[in-house]
Write a protein that binds this ligand. Structure first.
Ligand code: NAD
Length: 273
């Protein structure tokens, strides 16, 4: 039981470390702690530089998924460096242009929607296809989605539909890759976390604190809890899961009728019992 995840001797590509708060950082560290080798893909040379001390001695490649052909270049470099076969890929990348502040979903500009879609959803397709020749037959691909595609947070705007596209892409990739391999694709649907991506969402702090009140345990998710589930999805222990979305939200999605929130909304003048 000591090596339950069986990661020793296995290699994973982790894409999307920006800093020590990144989901990708927690996943990579967890994989390494469990004996895996991690190859890193970061967005830019500048990012690689800021991560110099954290990633000293590691294999770090540049891949800006907004550039046509970037995933193919990355796969060729990683393949040539002798890292194949890879036992898994972590796609933990998203971008939305919130620079003009809060807008309703209906006001979304076409160029913003298309840019965010190509970076945050279609890049999974490009990454998977580029790495196809370098994957182990039973490799596992994990991408990070959101805990509910049914909610309509004002400040998340057009990223909601784009995360829906990401989930659907993962399912279709699972289907495509099933011809000739057992490569699996799963989505980890995470509740709100404290990272640089979420900090860029207008008014995020209040949403984050509200989400905490919605969890059953009244404590928001720790990014390590997300990384732990990602490690499970990347391991052979989840071999029966393919084309699924695993929600990690500390119960918040099932707690619309929390009595404390109802009290605050309906009778805030009544003291907390
Ligand atoms: P983060 O900012 O640490 O990570 C996002 C990463 O995307 C960064 O490393 C950034 O460099 C990368 N990226 C953006 N544009 C890119 C491009 N053109 N090419 C290559 N990389 C690019 O934030 P995070 O919260 O760790 O985000 C990781 C994933 O988790 C995202 O998919 C995000 O939507 C998802 N997620 C986050 C939360 C949350 O509350 N933070 C909740 C659910 C899902």
């Amino acid at each position: 039981m000591s090596d339950f995840l069986n990661f020793s001797g296995k290699t994973f590509l982790v894409q999307g470390v920006a800093n020590k708060k990144s989901v990708a950082w927690f996943i990579a560290r967890t994989l390494e702690e469990q004996g895996a080798r991690v190859v890193y893909a970061v967005r830019s040379e500048a990012r690689k530089k800021t991560l110099e001390s954290q990633l000293a001695g590691k294999s770090v490649y540049i891949c800006d998924v907004e550039e046509e052909g970037a995933c193919e270049r990355l796969a060729a470099e990683v393949g040539q460096a002798g890292f194949a076969p890879l036992h898994g890929l972590v796609h933990s990348v998203a971008f939305a242009n919130y620079s003009e502040g809060f807008k309703t979903f209906a006001e979304t500009k076409r160029k913003d929607f298309l840019q965010a879609t190509s970076i945050s959803a279609f890049s999974l397709v490009e990454l998977a296809q580029a790495f196809k020749p370098h994957l182990a037959k039973n490799a596992s691909v994990v991408t990070i989605g959101i805990s509910s595609l049914l909610v309509t947070p004002d400040n998340y705007g057009y990223m909601g539909p784009i995360k829906a596209a990401l989930e659907s892409c993962a399912r279709f990739l699972a289907k495509s890759f099933s011809a000739g391999s057992e490569v699996r694709f799963n989505v980890l649907g995470s509740g709100p976390l404290k990272t640089s991506a979420s900090a860029g969402i207008p008014g995020y702090l209040e949403s984050y604190l509200y989400a905490e009140k919605l969890t059953f345990r009244k404590r928001n998710l720790d990014t390590q809890e997300v990384a732990n589930v990602a490690a499970f999805l990347l391991s052979e222990r989840s071999s029966g899961l393919n084309g699924t979305s695993l929600v990690v939200d500390a119960g918040l999605g099932s707690n619309y009728f929390d009595k404390e929130i109802i009290r605050l909304a309906m009778r805030p003048e009544v003291p907390k019992p």
